[in-house]
Design a protein around this ligand. Structure first.
Ligand code: SLL
Length: 220
């Protein structure tokens, strides 16, 4: 999902027929607390976690982002956390997973409306190695890739974004940056393979229904 900004009225001139794309990542990392919990950590808290929004290579993106508001579960005191300075992140301890809304406000020169993303806070290992990772007390990372798309940007924000170009989506996979054109293509391949399996199953079931109806016809 990309965020296409709608135009808002503003005196700053916009550059027609132009689009700037700014990749970013958001998500969380969580660590089981185990024995090394601080004295102030409530007894029922099991994990320490950080939810964040940043550039692909860890850049802080404050050249065009003014503020990020993280809305936590209501069980947290002051559940709306407004982060006005980079790094745009919140660190907490807790016991449960929940959905966090992440609202991004752009610098005024951009004349763009704010945008919101939703991230499901992950504390527990998931996927094929979940059991092993749980036993090892491994940290959990849940990351999403997305892009801000500035349609017909103001001259001011065009300048900011071209002077400090953020990291682009790399072509090849690497351990350092988990998202790339290669991994995007692999994901597309997995999706079309899954669609093929679903279609095959639909065809098989349709055949089966036809067969059963034919049999029913001969019995009656
Ligand atoms: C669940 N629906 O039941 C979720 C809610 C809420 C997690 C999870 C707060 C800690 C505190 C905390 O971890 N909330 O400050 O008491 O799993």
């Amino acid at each position: 999902m990309s965020h296409n900004f709608s135009k808002t009225s503003g005196s700053s001139k916009r550059l027609k027929n132009l689009q700037i794309c700014q990749p970013f990542i958001y998500g969380n990392i969580a660590v089981p607390l185990g024995e090394n919990r601080g004295p102030d950590v409530p007894i029922d808290h099991t994990h320490s976690w950080t939810v964040f929004l940043r550039g692909l290579n860890g850049e802080d993106l404050s050249s065009f982002i003014k503020r990020v508001v993280f809305k936590l579960h209501d069980t947290y005191a002051n559940s709306t956390r407004s982060i006005e300075e980079p790094p745009f992140e919140v660190t907490e301890t807790g016991w449960g997973e929940f959905e966090i809304s992440i609202r991004v406000y752009f610098v005024p020169e951009a004349s763009e409306k704010n945008v919101v993303m939703y991230h499901h806070l992950k504390l527990h290992p998931y996927g094929p190695k979940a059991e092993q990772e749980k036993a090892e007390g491994a940290s959990v990372t849940s990351l999403q890739y997305d892009e801000f798309v500035f349609n017909e940007p103001t001259e001011a924000i065009f300048e900011v974004l071209t002077q400090n170009p953020g990291a682009a989506l790399p072509r090849q996979k690497s351990a350092r940056v988990p998202f790339s054109i290669q991994s995007e293509n692999e994901e597309l391949d997995r999706l079309s393979a899954a669609v093929n399996i679903v279609n095959e199953n639909i065809m098989k079931q349709t055949e089966r229904i036809k067969q059963l109806e034919a049999e029913k016809g001969t019995v009656n």
